[in-house]
Design a protein around this ligand. Structure first.
Ligand code: UDX
Length: 437
């Protein structure tokens, strides 16, 4: 099939390359010239494991091209819209400027029988509104909503072997046409028995927001338990292991620590609350306010614990923050707990050095006032305290004895509960975890 992918960020670039891998002829379109130049040269414009190899592989087949010109969408049968929906400045609601602009520009290139597919995370009701615009501007074209569940750091695998497909389609013949077009696009994973659910637009939009709200709730639940563990001397890691063995609960997303960040979970739960308010259903989601509060409280708690660790005042203390990305295997620093903690530590008088294997360029753009050191050893020299906030393998694998020989004072706050307290304490460290004795 001929496919266009509009928006080549974390979602669109991976989607475009993956669709070409499935055997389709794909053009990726983005307004950002730098991104398109990179992609045309076979370079991934951001860090995503497996993407550079995938780009090289599919570009050799000649099935993948990129352009900054929306006219390149002409002639494709299926058009995926993968642009961002960030949080509006100073508000909870999602900013739909990019989605609206993408559809306004795409509609003139849609023809009868074409399928426009929204993949962006949008407030419920957006697809119905856009369907009217498609019907008015491109009679005979059909809109489908096909949410994407990929995780950064696992985006290639999640796209090529998803847990499920969700198609939001209109009723009747138009819906059947959209369903069979999407089935044809995804024929390979579907033939591997990947479940596929065909629903209405509103349900499709809500599947994504509900899934992200559930994941955020799971993380804040275990972080609330960490607060109780801290007050009682219990161990939240063992607690998570034990409750996670009940397969109705499951162990995944029960890692207590500095909390969730990134370009999705925080802004998605806020946009969901804002949309519920518009719908007169705000009471249904007041618990998400609490989920958000528990999450933000984690960051202040980590700052407090660091202050305690260095003897009560951060003034004049050299603190090394391990990690800048919002999670490992990503260079994404959007709403990164690590950087937010680093900035608070500095505000309270610490001399902060942030290190990260991939995310420092992005971090510098967002927090130019912080100091950065890409070399882990150099970042450790003479520190009074280490604060581990992004669980990269290289930090999980640090040797407590060797690390102890580099620092000035052996204080470590394990903000992701990934180190073995016994071996760090045995090497002379003052070790603190989150909700662990
Ligand atoms: C998320 C959803 O998982 C994905 O399905 C959706 O498409 C986009 O949003 P992503 O933002 O890439 O994906 O990251 P995810 O792996 O979900 O992690 C989100 C945040 O939660 C990270 O900051 C991570 O460190 C934190 N987290 C995750 C925890 O604090 N504890 C956990 O147990 C799991």
């Amino acid at each position: 099939m001929r496919i266009s992918v509009i928006g080549c960020g974390y979602l669109g670039a991976v989607h475009a390359a993956s669709m070409a891998k499935l055997g389709h002829d794909v053009v990726g379109i983005d307004v950002d010239e730098r991104k398109i130049t990179d992609l045309q040269a076979g370079r991934a414009p951001f860090f995503e494991p497996g993407l550079p190899e995938l780009l090289t592989e599919v570009q050799e087949t000649g099935r993948l091209s990129f352009s900054t010109d929306m006219a390149a969408a002409e002639g494709a049968q299926v058009h995926f819209v993968c642009v961002g929906t960030p949080q509006r400045k100073g508000e909870y609601a999602a900013d739909l400027t990019y989605v609206d602009a993408a559809f306004t520009e795409l509609i003139p290139y849609l023809h009868e029988g074409d399928i426009a597919v929204g993949k962006s995370t949008v407030p419920v009701g957006t697809a119905a509104r856009l369907a009217e615009a498609v019907a008015a501007g491109a009679p005979g074209a059909v809109l489908a909503w096909n949410p994407e569940f990929l995780r950064e750091g696992h985006a290639v695998k999640d796209t090529l072997t998803p847990d499920r497909f969700v198609y939001g389609v209109p009723e009747g013949a138009a819906g059947e046409a959209a369903t069979s077009a999407l089935d044809e696009v995804y024929a390979t994973p579907l033939s591997d028995d990947t479940p596929r659910l065909v629903v209405d637009y509103a349900t499709a939009e809500l599947v994504k927001t509900a899934a992200n709200s559930f994941l955020a709730t799971k993380i804040s639940f275990i972080n609330a338990m960490a607060e109780i563990c801290a007050a009682t001397g219990a161990d939240v890691t063992a607690l998570a292991d034990a409750i996670g063995m009940d397969d109705r609960i499951g162990r995944k997303f029960l890692n207590a620590g500095v909390g969730f960040g990134g370009g999705c979970l925080p802004k998605d739960i806020r946009a969901f609350m804002a949309r519920a308010g518009e719908l007169g259903a705000d009471q249904a989601l007041t618990f998400l306010r609490e989920v958000d509060d528990i999450n933000m409280r984690r960051r202040s708690r980590v700052v407090e614990l660091t202050r305690e660790l260095v003897g009560g005042s951060l003034i004049g203390k050299r603190v090394t923050v391990l990690g800048a990305a919002f999670k490992p295997n990503s260079d994404d620093v959007r709403d990164s707990p690590a950087l937010s903690v680093a900035a608070q530590l500095q505000l309270q008088g610490a001399t902060v050095t942030v290190t990260d294997p991939e995310a420092l360029d992005n971090a510098k753009l967002r927090f130019p006032e912080l100091s950065y050191e890409p070399d882990l050893k150099k970042a450790l020299y003479n520190a009074h305290a280490l604060v581990l906030l992004t669980e990269w393998d290289q930090y999980k694998g640090m040797d407590p004895v060797e690390t102890g020989s580099l620092v000035d004072e052996q204080n470590i706050l394990d903000g992701r509960n990934v180190l073995d307290p016994a071996s760090w304490r045995a090497a002379g460290w003052n070790y603190r975890g989150i909700g662990r004795p």
